[in-house]
Design a binder for this molecule. Structure first.
Ligand SMILES: Cc1cc2nc3c(=O)[nH]c(=O)nc-3n(C[C@H](O)[C@H](O)[C@H](O)COP(=O)(O)OP(=O)(O)OC[C@H]3O[C@@H](n4cnc5c(N)ncnc54)[C@H](O)[C@@H]3O)c2cc1C
Ligand code: SF4
Length: 502
C-alpha cells in the first residue's frame, strides 16, 4: 500500500547536476546518478491516487504508480519488470523525455510539485545495468515470416524488438554508419552517452534482430527488392527535413547553416574520440564547422536549439545568442490557457541554459549581414509580435526596434518540415501529406498494402516517447497482418494526440 502522506513529508528533489565549469569541459552526461536513498524518498511522494492521469499523459501508458511503489519498497527487480512491460527503452526516455506524465500528475492539482517520475524511471533503467545487465528475452519458435524495418531510431528499434520477440525474422536497414537514428548523432552525449544505445543493441541482436548499416533504402536497395525479401515493411525514416529561411537576405552567406549539420558534425567528433580516432567537425561537403572562438547565433527555441547551445559552449564559443520568435513564456502554468492535466506552455530551462548564453525573445531575423567577403558577420534582428489569423502565423516587426548582433556562425534550428523527399517514397508508392508526414490507416498501413509507417515519419517531428509508442503499436499491427498468434500491446492508434483541453 503506497504512502498516502509521502508528498507531505518530502519535497520534490532532483539530484544536483554536475557543476557547469566541469561539465562544459567534457561531453559526459550532465546528471550524475541520484543514489538509492534519494530516489526511494522521491518515489514515496507518489500516493497512487486511484485515477492516475500520469498514465494518460504518458503515450506509452507506463504503469507509473506501480513502479513508484516498487522502488519505494526497494523491490528493484519487479520495478524493472513493470517498467519494461510498457517501455522498450526506459534508459532513453528516463534521460530525455520532457515528461508529459509529470504535467498530468495529480499532485499538480493541489498546488504541489509533481512526483519526479522521469528520474525514478531512469534510476530503474540504471538498476538493470547494476544488476548484471540487460539479458535477452527467450525468443519463441520462428514464425517463418520476415519484416524489414527501414530506419533505426527509437520507432524502428521498438518495433524491431517487439516483432523479434514474437518470433518474426527482423532486419533493420539504416543508411548511416551506426544504429540509433537521432539518438546516435542528433542528440549530444551530454544528454545521452552512447553506451546506453550500444547496451540495448546488444540485447536486440541477441534476440535475433539483424542490423544492416550504410544501406540507403531506395538507393542501395530498391523497394521492390525489399518487398521481395520480406513479408512486411515498416518505414520509420524520421522527419529530418530541416526548415529553412531562403527569403531572409544573406541566407547564402558562409557561416549560416542548418543546426543539424552542426550537431551531427560535432557528435561525430565525440564518437570518433571515443574510438580513439582523431576527427574534425565537417559538414557533409567537407566544410569545417566549429564554434570555437566564434560569436554564435542560434535561431529557434526547442530541443535542437538547446542542444546547439550546449555544443557551442563545449566547443569554446566566444559568445552565444539564442533567438526565439515568441515572447518569454510564464514560469508557471496559466490554467486558463492550459488547464491541468495538459502540457503547459511555460519557460523551459534546459541544463544547457545554465551553461551561459543570452536568450532573446520576441525577435525575428531581418537580415544576415555580409562582412564584404561573403562571410556572415552579424544578424540584424527586430522585435516582433506574432498572431494567428485564419490559421496563418502573422509576424509583425515593431518599427525602430532593429539592432545587430555579432555573428560569425549562425545555426538555423527553426523546426522540421516532415520526412525527407527521397527515392524510397515513390518506390513504395507512398506520398508526403501537407505536413510532410506519411499518413497511416487505422492499422498503421500506408497507401501501399503491407507497408507500414511509424514514429516521426508518420507524426512529424515529435518525441522519443511517441516514437517508441508508435513503434510498439505498428509492430502489433504487423504481427496481426502476418497472422501471428495472439496480440501484441498497442499503446496508441495513429490518430492519438497528446492530452488537450480543446
Ligand atoms: C537535436 C534533437 C534533439 C532532440 N532531443 C530530444 C529530447 O531531448 N527528448 C525527446 O523526447 N525527443 C528529442 N528529439 C526528438 C527525437 O529525437 C525524435 O522524435 C525521435 O528520434 C524520432 O524517432 P524515429 O525513430 O521516428 O526517427 P529518427 O530517430 O529520426 O530515425 C530515423 C532514421 O531513419 C534513417 N533513414 C531515413 N531514410 C532512410 C533510408 N532511405 N534508408 C535507411 N535509413 C533511413 C535515418 O538515417 C535515421 O537514422 C530531438 C530531436 C532532435 C533533432
Ligand atoms: S516515458 Fe516520458 S511520459 Fe512516460 S513515464 Fe517516462 S517520462 Fe513520463
Amino acid at each position: 500500500m503506497p504512502d498516502p502522506n509521502g508528498f507531505l513529508r518530502y519535497d520534490r528533489r532532483l539530484p544536483a547536476r554536475r557543476p557547469v565549469p566541469v561539465r562544459i569541459s567534457d561531453w559526459r552526461e550532465v546528471y550524475p546518478p541520484a543514489g538509492e536513498e534519494l530516489i526511494r524518498e522521491q518515489a514515496t511522494r507518489c500516493m497512487d491516487c486511484g485515477i492516475p492521469f500520469c498514465h494518460d499523459g504518458c503515450p506509452l501508458g507506463n504503469r507509473i504508480p506501480d513502479w513508484n511503489d516498487l522502488v519505494r519498497t526497494g523491490n528493484w527487480d519487479a520495478a524493472v519488470e513493470s517498467l519494461h512491460a510498457t517501455n522498450n527503452f526506459p534508459e532513453f526516455t528516463g534521460r530525455l523525455c520532457p515528461a508529459p506524465c509529470e504535467a498530468a500528475c495529480v499532485l499538480g492539482l493541489g498546488g504541489q510539485q509533481p512526483v519526479t517520475i522521469k528520474q525514478v524511471e531512469v534510476e530503474i533503467a540504471n538498476a538493470v545495468v547494476a544488476r548484471g545487465g540487460l539479458r535477452p528475452r527467450p525468443v519463441p519458435a520462428p514464425t517463418g515470416r520476415s519484416v524489414a524495418v527501414v530506419g533505426s531510431g527509437p520507432a524502428g528499434l521498438a518495433a524491431a524488438q517487439q516483432l523479434a520477440r514474437a518470433g518474426h525474422a527482423v532486419t533493420v536497414y539504416e543508411r548511416d554508419d551506426a544504429i540509433g537514428g537521432l539518438l546516435r548523432y542528433g542528440i549530444p552525449d551530454f544528454k545521452l552517452e552512447k553506451q546506453h544505445i550500444d547496451t540495448r543493441l546488444a540485447q536486440l541482436a541477441a534476440e535475433g534482430v539483424q542490423f544492416r548499416t550504410r544501406v540507403n533504402v531506395g538507393v542501395d536497395v530498391t523497394a521492390e527488392q525489399l518487398r521481395a525479401e520480406h513479408d512486411a515493411v515498416l518505414l520509420a525514416c524520421g522527419a529530418l527535413q530541416g526548415r529553412d529561411t531562403p527569403e531572409t537576405p544573406g541566407r547564402e552567406l558562409r557561416g549560416v547553416h542548418q543546426a543539424m549539420a552542426h550537431l551531427v558534425a560535432a557528435n561525430r567528433v565525440v564518437a570518433a574520440a571515443g574510438e580513439g580516432r582523431p576527427a574534425l567537425a565537417v559538414l557533409p561537403d567537407g566544410t569545417p564547422i566549429d564554434a570555437a572562438g566564434r560569436h554564435v547565433v542560434i535561431i529557434g527555441g526547442g530541443d535542437t536549439a538547446a542542444d546547439c547551445l550546449g555544443v557551442a559552449h563545449r566547443q569554446g564559443a566566444a559568445g552565444v545568442h539564442q533567438l526565439d520568435l515568441y515572447p518569454e513564456p510564464p514560469t508557471s502554468r496559466d490554467a486558463e490557457r492550459d488547464p491541468w492535466p495538459t502540457w503547459p506552455w511555460v519557460l523551459r530551462n534546459y541544463p544547457a541554459h545554465e551553461e551561459g548564453g543570452d536568450r532573446v525573445f520576441a525577435v525575428a531575423v531581418q537580415e544576415f549581414v555580409d562582412d564584404g567577403t561573403g562571410q556572415v558577420k552579424g544578424v540584424r534582428i527586430a522585435e516582433v509580435t506574432v498572431e494567428k489569423r485564419d490559421g496563418r502565423r502573422i509576424v509583425t516587426a515593431l518599427p525602430g526596434s532593429e539592432r545587430e548582433l555579432p555573428a560569425d556562425l549562425v545555426l538555423l534550428a527553426i523546426g522540421f518540415d516532415g520526412t525527407e523527399e527521397q527515392p524510397l517514397l515513390a518506390q513504395f508508392g507512398v506520398a508526403r501529406n501537407t505536413r510532410g508526414a506519411v499518413d497511416a490507416r487505422p492499422d498503421w498501413q500506408t497507401d501501399a498494402d503491407g507497408v507500414f509507417v511509424a514514429g516521426d515519419m508518420h507524426r512529424g517531428a515529435s518525441l522519443i516517447v511517441w516514437a517508441i509508442a508508435e513503434g510498439r503499436a505498428a509492430a502489433a499491427a504487423i504481427h496481426s497482418y502476418l497472422g501471428g498468434v495472439g496480440t501484441l500491446p498497442a499503446p496508441v492508434d495513429p490518430a492519438r494526440q497528446p492530452l488537450a483541453a480543446r
